[in-house]
Design a protein around this ligand. Structure first.
Ligand SMILES: C[S@@+](CC[C@H](N)C(=O)[O-])C[C@H]1O[C@@H](n2cnc3c(N)ncnc32)[C@H](O)[C@@H]1O
Length: 222
């Protein structure tokens, strides 16, 4: 999968080179391309923002550099995403859907947002990562890219995805590793019993009770 990220702050994407995402790129499963929107500005000072018509606080990203930056990478098979508080809220279903595309383009907003005409010029899906406002689209893009990448074949094992929170509409059960006892706290007996059926039963019960206690809304959606 090819992922183009258009931003005024390319340095914000250094984490893409680390850990699982970095390895997926090294292995040729993912290809990241971070593009500076400022390089496309036709303004003599490379300006990319201006005051909003009608007044109001802050600045808006201007449409020309955005249009040309998107145009430089767009093909008929591209899916364009603009992280924004006004979009529908991101979830695991959307991540799975996006993981099926060969080419994603993320456009990162900043300041008070972008000139609305960009949404008339391209077919762009707006996606929110939650009911709060961040200073820019860089962190939301990282969140969405990281989550989508996990569903791309070969990035992580299928088994890891299957037992994860939300995969079956429940939260994950509690987990433990060595040592078996720490500061008087012991690992639940069943997990060291060697009885796989009992371990599975315990995990399912824990998943269900944790979901009931913390996220009963998930049970309504099942
Ligand atoms: C300060 S915000 C602009 C908020 C905008 N004026 C509003 O009230 O909806 C700047 C940029 O950060 C990104 N952003 C902020 N919060 C976000 C969220 N919850 N989800 C996704 N993107 C977000 C968007 O790209 C947005 O254009």
């Amino acid at each position: 999968m090819k992922i183009d990220i258009l931003t005024l702050f390319p340095e914000a994407f250094a984490p893409l080179e680390t850990s699982i995402l970095g390895r997926a790129e090294e292995n040729g499963i993912l290809e990241f391309n971070v593009i500076n929107i400022r390089d496309f500005s036709k303004d003599k000072h490379k300006k990319c923002d201006d005051y909003p018509f009608g007044g109001g606080a802050g600045m808006l990203m201007t449409v020309q550099p955005l249009f040309d930056a998107i145009n430089s990478v767009w093909t008929e098979n591209s899916k364009i995403i603009f992280p924004s508080p006004v979009g529908k809220t991101f979830n695991v279903k959307k991540a799975q859907e996006l993981s099926k595309f060969d080419h994603l383009i993320f456009v990162c907003g900043h300041y008070e947002g972008v000139d609305e005409r960009i949404f008339q010029l391209f077919d762009i899906e707006q996606i929110s990562i939650g009911d709060y406002v961040l200073t820019g689209g860089e962190l939301p893009t990282m969140v969405i890219v990281d989550c989508v990448a996990r569903f791309v074949d070969g990035v992580i094992s299928k088994e890891s995805l299957e037992s994860e929170s939300f995969s079956n509409g429940l939260l994950e059960y509690p987990q433990y590793t060595r040592p078996q006892e720490f500061k008087g706290l012991k690992v639940p007996e069943v997990l060291v019993s060697g009885n796989h059926q009992e371990v599975e039963k315990w995990r399912q019960e824990q998943s269900l009770s944790r979901t009931q206690e913390r996220r009963s809304d998930l049970l309504e959606d099942r």
